[in-house]
Write a protein that binds this ligand. Structure first.
Ligand code: SF4
Ligand code: SF4
Length: 293
């Protein structure tokens, strides 16, 4: 009897790089894609979706982590709906600024499709953003909500917390370039907003430690090149090669530290699968009111 293969968590990032917003803290180059570039991105996305479809019965969870904003493009909205119809796809999530309309989600599979929604205070208002979150809640679409912990934005983050449903977890991503950026009063404010903030603030020492990245979790780019995670450039294989599954093996991390949620959730020593459960990819904890780490 053969053992059931572990679920694969896949982070897909194609060449799409354009965004309808222009946040000052954006880590990615703000670019405009030409029509040809968008068509190329769509073709690569469709190839990836075909591969996912043909990978059944392997259980798969997917998080789209685009360089820019993807949900303003129909191809990505349709991709989530299509993935939601695949029985072996357990989660189809995407990072988004939520600027798009939400009506297309009417036909989304509620058990599979999820949104990772980031509030960008210089590009929208608390009212407009919170109204969309309330709509997602009424529609029964899984979603997480978060913001970047810029000190100048604290009043707006507090206002957002006020306007969100009380049961909605609000994550905050720490600014980590300057280790002295936050004073104790800032940390007190941010941990009151996000009980898991200190987990995000920490640079988790990872060199030589066991990590699920490259075994049960991996990234895929527009060419199908697979890497363990977004933070290690060395490819481990290509999903379009027939022997790809054999490239997935237990590994240890070669980097000094792991600093992003999408990376450190793969470190078994942090046991964050127990905090997030089925919401690990889209960043929804099982119960944030009691989460502490
Ligand atoms: S919404 Fe995201 S991708 Fe777009 S400019 Fe802001 S941070 Fe960058
Ligand atoms: S610890 Fe982080 S950087 Fe290291 S392999 Fe895992 S996900 Fe990648």
């Amino acid at each position: 009897m053969t053992a059931t293969p572990p679920r694969w968590n896949i982070l897909y990032r194609g060449p799409l790089s354009s965004c309808n917003y222009a946040c000052g803290y954006c880590p990615f180059a703000k670019t405009r894609n030409t029509r040809e570039e968008l068509q190329d991105d769509t073709a690569r996305l469709h190839r990836f979706l075909d591969w996912v479809e043909s990978s059944a019965p392997q259980e798969i969870g997917i998080l789209f982590t685009p360089w820019g904003e993807a949900l303003v493009h129909r191809a990505y909205r349709e991709a989530l709906l299509r993935l939601g119809r695949m029985q072996h796809v357990r989660r189809a999530a995407i990072q988004t600024n939520l600027a798009c309309g939400l009506q297309w989600l009417d036909s989304a599979d509620r058990g599979t499709v999820a949104l990772w929604c980031t509030f960008h205070p210089t590009e929208t208002t608390v009212e407009r953003f919170a109204a969309k979150i309330h709509l997602l809640q009424r529609m029964g679409i899984r979603h997480s909500v978060g913001a970047v912990g810029v000190k100048d934005h604290f009043p707006l983050i507090a206002e957002l917390r006020e306007q969100l449903p009380p049961e909605t977890y609000l994550w905050v991503n720490a600014l980590k370039k300057n280790p002295d950026y936050y004073e104790q009063s800032h940390l007190d404010f941010l941990t009151a907003i996000d009980p898991l903030f200190l987990v995000n603030l920490r640079r988790h020492p990872s060199r030589g430690k066991n990590c699920h990245a490259g075994h049960t979790s991996f990234t895929v780019d527009g060419e199908g090149t697979a890497r363990r995670c977004h933070f290690i450039k060395t490819p481990i294989g290509n999903i379009y090669e027939p022997d790809f599954a054999s490239r997935l093996t237990p590994r240890t991390c070669p980097n000094t530290a792991c600093v992003c949620h999408i990376g450190y959730v793969n470190l078994p020593e942090l046991s964050l699968n127990q905090v997030f459960g089925e919401g690990l990819l889209e960043r929804i904890p099982l119960d944030f009111r009691f989460a502490s780490h």
